[in-house]
Design a protein around this ligand. Structure first.
Ligand code: MG
Length: 392
């Protein structure tokens, strides 16, 4: 039976939040008229809301698939690429060919230098939606379309301790430990007493068995990062994330070679091409692909390529309502080298009401949503915060 894509739509999602991502605003941090602010700790812009772009793909027979893109700032840019450029190129194509469709769309702009950034983010959202359609048409959960479910369950590490002081952050970590979580990561960008002091305080409070990782937010030189990781290694650091600037491949390699702790990289890379030189250079031993940047097709390519380099995968979790999170869980359970998944509790839990499905995270583990496709779709509640994007 023939199946063709009949419509592609994009929706901007903006959900207010009381406390910004990573915790309360610090001194000199102010939300501007567009709802954005800059964290002084890592000089990066963040939204005061939870913002993403949903992508809906519908076939001629009425089958619907959902995707979600990374669009935490300027979501209109991602939505415009979907509705003006990439979506119309998919009309009339068979959604049961998700990898060829991804390849064709990527090829449309590569010689112009659009091999990452907003263009690939838009492609990621579309790719997730096409895979969702393909799996629904097959009547299979997405992970079974990707070679099968390697892992019965997926360990979740608690990411971020969004409290204004170190004692409060330690208390929050203790709360998560009491809820059955065995791993936590703290954010260097808001460690106001310094990363080493935060690491020491957390280890003292949490005891020897808890895994503790630190996100260094790309802010150190290779030498400074190596010294800092050494100081945290004394307190049994689990992994050090993003120690140096994202462009500094030589620095990444140097840190990974000298550190006695695992180094994790990769939340900002969209494609296997960006991973490849870092894998060859042994710049990390853990990769952190972000589904909202990669889509399903590139995520799997990156994950399997990393396996060939004996590199582990612990995927990243960004800001969204849960559609790309579900896709990330399906891909993660299909990868042999996957050791768990980031759990952004301050986003995942509060946004769970915006998706229908039985996806959950409790007592240290994620449960994969059941049912065909992703196993999740936007709930009626999500539409209160959605605006359909019409091309300019
Ligand atoms: Mg990070």
């Amino acid at each position: 039976m023939s199946e063709r894509i009949a419509a592609v739509e994009a929706f901007r999602i903006v959900i207010p939040r009381d406390v910004p991502y990573l915790g309360p605003l610090g001194a000199g941090e102010e939300i501007n008229a567009r709802g954005y602010f800059i964290r002084r700790g890592n000089r990066s812009v963040y939204p005061a809301t939870d913002t993403s772009v949903l992508v809906k793909v519908t076939t001629e027979s009425g089958c619907t698939g959902w995707g979600e893109s990374y669009a935490i700032v300027a979501p209109g840019a991602v939505a415009e690429i979907v509705t003006d450029l990439l979506g119309p190129l998919l009309i009339g194509r068979d959604p049961r060919d998700p990898v060829p469709l991804h390849e064709d769309l990527y090829d449309t702009m590569r010689v112009r230098g659009f091999t990452s950034g907003y263009f690939v983010d838009a492609l990621a959202g579309l790719d997730i939606a096409v895979w969702d359609v393909a799996a629904r048409l097959a009547g299979l959960p997405l992970c079974r379309m990707l070679g099968g479910q390697r892992h019965a369950r997926l360990a979740a590490y608690v990411s971020g301790l969004p409290k204004p002081s170190l004692p409060a952050r330690v208390d929050l970590a203790l709360e998560w430990q009491a809820k059955g979580f065995g791993a936590v990561k703290f954010a260097g960008a808001v460690a106001d007493e310094g990363e080493a002091a935060e690491m020491a305080a957390l280890r003292r409070a949490l005891g020897p068995d808890m895994r503790i990782a630190c996100d260094l937010h790309w802010k150190h030189t290779a030498l400074a990062a190596t010294r800092l990781i050494d100081r945290m290694h004394a307190h049994d650091l689990w992994f050090a994330e993003a120690p140096v600037a994202p462009e500094d491949i030589e620095g990444q390699k140097e840190v990974a070679a000298k550190a006695r702790t695992s180094v994790a990289l990769g939340e900002e890379w969209r494609t296997a091409f960006e991973n490849r030189p870092r894998l060859i250079g042994r710049c990390m031993d853990i990769i952190q692909p972000e589904m909202a940047h990669t889509g399903v097709t590139e995520f799997m390519k990156i994950g399997r390529m990393a396996e060939a380099f004996h590199c582990r995968a612990i995927p990243h979790a960004s800001i969204g309502i849960g559609i790309f999170q579900a896709a990330s869980l399906h891909c993660s359970v299909a990868l042999q080298n996957c050791d768990g998944h980031e759990y952004q509790h301050s986003i995942f839990d509060r946004n769970l009401r915006f998706v229908e499905g039985d996806m959950a995270c409790a007592e240290g583990f994620y449960s994969l949503p059941t049912g065909p496709g992703l196993g999740v779709s936007p709930s009626p509640d999500a539409w209160r915060y959605a605006t359909k994007h019409e091309p300019a």
